[in-house]
Design a protein around this ligand. Structure first.
Ligand code: ATP
Length: 208
């Protein structure tokens, strides 16, 4: 029976990096961020609903959602975030379920890449949860670098989520991403061996 694995972590903990590695091992990835973009793509009913709540300013000149504007509004007005979630979540849910079902029917193991899996209490929708772990200070460092943020802004984003140490206690398995990307790859492959997804000798040429 193919499995459904929820992949989560904190912001900038390395989920996308792990998803890419898992794709190379034949897993199919269903990405919540991609589904969230599809849910409010140009010309969709979802985007119409966003316009009704956030006004014309939420749409850019090309007819797409102005993500920076909406992101700014919800960051500063928590009640608007809830309204946005009420529009987007059901659509995202349907898109992700459909993709998941399609992959399962084809016999693939599926990775559900869901950054806010624990925040949205979605652990029961997957067979098990894998957490990409790194310390909060590394999260802040990598986020500052990737998004060109000040330390203050990076901290605000990291601290707005459930702490990664708390998530760690709720996950079934963790993939340590505190060191280099090479070590991340090795940690992931060790988990895949332990869980029976790949053979022990698959990557022998890479083990020193
Ligand atoms: P988000 O939830 O914000 O989308 P994410 O969990 O998917 O983030 P990534 O985008 O995979 O995280 O990683 C965050 C940043 O850190 C990226 O710029 C990535 O290249 C970098 N990164 C990831 N792992 C490592 C590592 N082991 N060493 C150095 N940089 C890393």
């Amino acid at each position: 029976m193919p499995k459904v694995i929820g992949l989560t972590g904190g912001i900038a903990s390395g989920k996308s990096t792990v998803s890419e590695l898992l794709t190379a091992h034949g897993f199919k990835v269903v990405d919540a961020d991609v589904a969230a973009r599809q849910a409010v793509a140009k010309g969709t009913k979802g985007l119409e609903q966003v316009k009704a709540v956030f006004g014309e300013a939420a749409i850019d000149k090309d007819g797409n959602m102005d993500r920076a504007y909406v992101g700014d509004v919800i960051f500063n007005h928590p009640e608007k975030r809830l309204e946005l979630n009420e529009i987007v979540h059901p659509i995202v849910h349907d898109i992700m379920q459909q993709e998941k079902e399609d992959y399962l029917k084809q016999g693939f193991n599926v990775i559900m890449d869901i950054p806010l899996l624990f925040e949205n209490e979605l652990q029961d929708t997957v067979d098990e949860v894998w957490l990409v772990y790194t310390s909060e200070s590394i999260q802040i460092e990598r986020l500052m670098e990737r998004n060109d943020l000040s330390m203050e802004d990076a901290k605000a984003r990291v601290y707005s989520q459930i702490s990664i140490d708390k998530k760690r206690r709720m996950a079934d398995h963790e993939i340590d991403n505190r060191d280099t990307k090479l070590e991340l790859k090795q940690n992931l492959e060790q988990l895949l061996v332990e869980e029976g997804y790949i053979d022990n000798d698959t990557d022998t040429e890479e083990v020193e």
